[in-house]
Design a protein around this ligand. Structure first.
Ligand code: SF4
Length: 765
């Protein structure tokens, strides 16, 4: 990279793409941000959000020091030693009195940290808690569960070859704002300009992505499953499927086909509000294209039939043979896995004590946590540790979370910023920001080439903050789970760094874990505490990357070498780790041939199991499902709660000044609806659901369908009023005052945020 003396390499942390950035820093402030042209994924690309990152790093709500709540609700500053000792004592007390299931862990690897999440596992093991709640489980677990059934493990994750594809179908996403794949705006524009390629966008709103599309199917909210079933039915009924692919690579097609043959295409298209001929044209185009892929996102995951939607969307490339080929959909490798695989309850998989909810991908859904806390039972949850998450604002039903957290024996918050959840905590443990500690990209979702970006700190820690791995290590030592030092292993780690060919550290680890088996669940923390000390420039948190590099290179040796790393056996892993450690920017981990993708399918014989009984049952039941009539009754509008817009991001971004537009997070309404209700553009209104009410500023917007409304996520935070700094002002609506935990997907308990029945009226003031 050509770096001026003031430019340092890092990454934008505002979405899963983690574009590479160069940052100029002066006196603790970001005075320049530009795209990193050397980054192999983003290649210099940035969207408008990244240039405002100084507002993430520097604002009045950054946490600086450990805090303890006084009986009157105010906070006092305490030192780290006191904070660690008291938190550890209270957690151990609850665990020993009530069992590990009395403690829940929420977040980890979220908005404030990525690499720290890799060290939260040992901490949870020390707590003895089976409960990991995470925002992924209010969005993606239905999709993960379907992946487990189709491909054999819930860790099998599908990506899209959009850049190379001739025919791209995007449903429930507006990549112009939400991205979800690298260089999204450029890729959408390239697709739009090329007359030989087709972009289809399925969305109830005419988004910027929809405007760029060749075909916009403006589907009625909540009817995606009908539209997808219609598309698949056309493919089957007109015999457009790829018979050779289905015979060679899949099982269960006959069962699926029999159901799709019975789907009444005209009727389903009509229900989705789409002309049946348009449905047929898209199905034929997708099936006939030289290459085609599909992509879905929150728009369908947060709507009716959430899990079924993700199943049906995946069947499009599978029935047409657009899988494991350029421009199609593909599975990808995972370097430091974000999720795991959970068994079904009948196979011995974990469930919660109160609601009996099963674990998916080793995660539990935030939707059920208030019920797990509030139950009048001895085995309820009594303590919660929240790391880098703000469930009080981001999980469904803010009121339920407020009540439930108020009943806990102990709430501990580890975070970068003073969020609403931090405001209820008994203890607050302040973490350094993503630019003040060693960090990494966790969303390694690329295929055929996958990348990983280990990032150095570019600023010193704010106040008395610590990186999360160090917070967890100190807690584990204070709990008696981990020795304060492991000098024998530390010595072997140092020697290993000097003479990696001797393999001293793996041997010493094996001996240590054989002699002290109680340390086995804490392996990543043992690495942090030992190898971490031998890594240069304070890169202790990178210790887990060493283990991942060796494992990954062992499993994908050919592909790692193809990506440019040299060596064989364990030394290939060492070379990969050193390459990552030495690089300023992202490093290609591996490059697959498309045929090699089949090794990532985990069913025996690498066959895809198309017939998922639960999904086939729900698909058949669509035929008799009563029509939702959102225009009638007490709550006549359908609200999409959580739209991605130009200036919404995570919960650490608290200063409203970071937004250049839409400062109040307007409630969007179709002008015809507004005229009927006599509501003017810019007027203050109240939006009410069966669950609660929020006040918002109204904006007329004819890109919506009449009868639907939209509000953005990421608003509703309190921040000191610039004109009266001792007072706080809330900016924009808290959308989860409106949402309900009960309205959710039956399989994964993901809430229907994009389908909230509401009414709207003028505000009194
Ligand atoms: S797409 Fe935008 S928000 Fe996402 S990482 Fe890149 S610059 Fe940041």
């Amino acid at each position: 990279m050509t770096m001026g003396k003031d430019w340092q390499s890092s990454a934008c942390i505002l979405c899963s793409i983690n574009c590479g950035i160069d940052v100029a820093v002066e006196e603790g402030r970001f005075t320049g941000i530009r795209g990193d042209r050397e980054h192999p994924g983003s290649r210099g690309y940035l969207c408008q959000k990244a240039t405002r990152l100084d507002h993430y790093q520097n604002h009045a709500r950054r946490l600086q020091q450990p805090l303890r709540r006084r009986p009157d609700g105010s906070y006092e500053r305490i030192d780290w030693e006191t904070a660690i000792r008291e938190v550890a004592d209270r957690l151990v007390g609850i665990r020993d009195r009530h069992g590990g299931h009395a403690i829940a862990y929420y977040g980890g690897g979220g908005q404030g940290n990525h690499l720290g999440g890799a060290y939260a596992g040992p901490f949870r093991a020390a707590l003895g808690t089976p409960y990991l709640y995470n925002s992924l489980a209010q969005e993606k677990t239905g999709d993960f569960w379907v992946n487990g059934r189709l491909f054999g493990k819930q860790t099998c994750h599908v990506t899209e070859g959009i850049e190379e594809s001739d025919y791209v179908l995007i449903i429930g996403a507006n990549p112009w704002q939400s991205h979800g794949f690298p260089r999204a705006r450029k890729v959408l524009q390239e697709l739009s300009r090329d007359p030989r390629r087709t972009l289809v966008v399925v969305d109830p709103r005419r988004t910027r992505s929809a405007e760029l599309a060749d075909v916009h199917l403006q589907v009625r909210p909540g009817t995606d499953a009908f539209l997808l079933a219609g598309l698949l039915a056309v493919i089957v009924q007109e015999e457009l499927e790829d018979g050779d692919f289905l015979a060679a690579r899949t099982l269960g097609y006959d069962e699926l086909r029999a159901i799709l043959l019975r789907v009444p295409v005209e009727q389903y298209a009509d229900r989705a509000g789409i002309d049946a001929e348009a449905v047929r044209r898209v199905a034929r185009g997708f099936a006939a294209a030289d290459s085609a892929c599909s992509r879905h996102d929150l728009g369908v995951e947060h709507s009716l039939h959430s899990t079924l939607n993700t199943y049906l969307e995946k069947l499009l490339p599978l029935l047409t043979g657009n899988f494991a080929r350029p421009g199609g959909n593909n599975l990808h490798t995972q370097f430091i896995p974000l999720i795991g695989h959970s068994k079904e309850p009948e196979e011995g998989g974990a469930t919660t004590r109160v609601t009996g909810m099963r674990e998916i991908s080793k995660l539990f859904p935030p939707n059920i946590l208030p019920a797990e806390i509030e139950a009048d039972r001895p085995d309820r949850v009594r303590a919660v540790v929240v790391d880098s998450a703000n469930p009080l604002q981001t999980a469904a039903d803010t009121g339920a979370y407020r009540r439930a957290f108020g009943k806990l024996d102990l709430l501990v918050a580890i975070d970068v910023a003073e969020t609403e959840t931090v405001g209820m905590a008994d203890y607050v443990l302040p973490a350094s920001s993503q630019y003040e500690k060693w960090e990494a990209t966790f969303f390694t979702l690329g295929f055929p080439t996958n990348h990983f970006h280990l990032r150095r700190p570019i600023l010193p820690p704010t106040g008395d903050t610590l990186p999360e791995p160090e917070i967890y290590r100190r807690l584990m030592v204070a709990m008696g789970a981990l020795p304060a030092r492991l000098p024998w292993l530390e010595r072997f780690a140092r020697w290993h760094r000097r003479f990696p060919k001797l393999g001293l550290l793996p041997k010493a680890l094996a001996v240590t874990l054989a002699l002290r088996p109680q340390l086995r669940p804490y392996l990543t923390m043992v690495l942090y505490a030992t190898l971490g000390k031998a890594l240069p420039d304070g890169a202790a948190a990178a210790a887990v990357v060493w283990g991942s590099s060796r494992f990954y290179a062992g499993r994908y040796a050919r592909q790692v070498r193809r990506a440019g790393h040299a060596g064989s056996g364990a030394m290939l892993g060492e070379a990969l780790f050193q390459g990552i450690l030495d690089s300023d920017t992202a490093v290609p981990l591996s490059t697959h041939e498309h045929d090699e993708m089949w090794d990532l399918v985990r069913h025996p014989g690498q066959k895809i199991h198309l017939a998922v009984p639960e999904m086939l049952g729900e698909l058949e039941e669509l035929a008799s499902e009563p029509m939702e009539r959102p225009g009638e009754g007490e709550f006549p509008f359908v609200l999409a709660a959580g739209e991605r817009r130009s200036y919404n991001a995570n919960q650490i971004y608290r200063d409203p000044a970071w937004r250049r537009s839409d400062r109040e997070g307007a409630l969007r309404i179709h002008p015809e609806d507004a005229a009927r209700l006599g509501l003017a553009d810019g007027q203050r209104v109240v939006c009410e659901s069966a669950n609660g009410a929020v006040e918002a500023q109204l904006a007329h917007d004819d890109s919506l369908l009449p009868g639907s409304l939209s509000l953005p996520h990421g608003y509703g935070q309190e921040y000191p009023d610039p004109e009266a700094p001792d007072e706080f002002r809330q900016t924009g609506p808290r959308i989860n005052e409106l949402t309900s935990a009960d309205r959710c997907d039956p399989w994964a308990k993901t809430p229907y945020h994009k389908y909230v029945p509401v009414r709207v009226r003028a505000a009194a003031s």
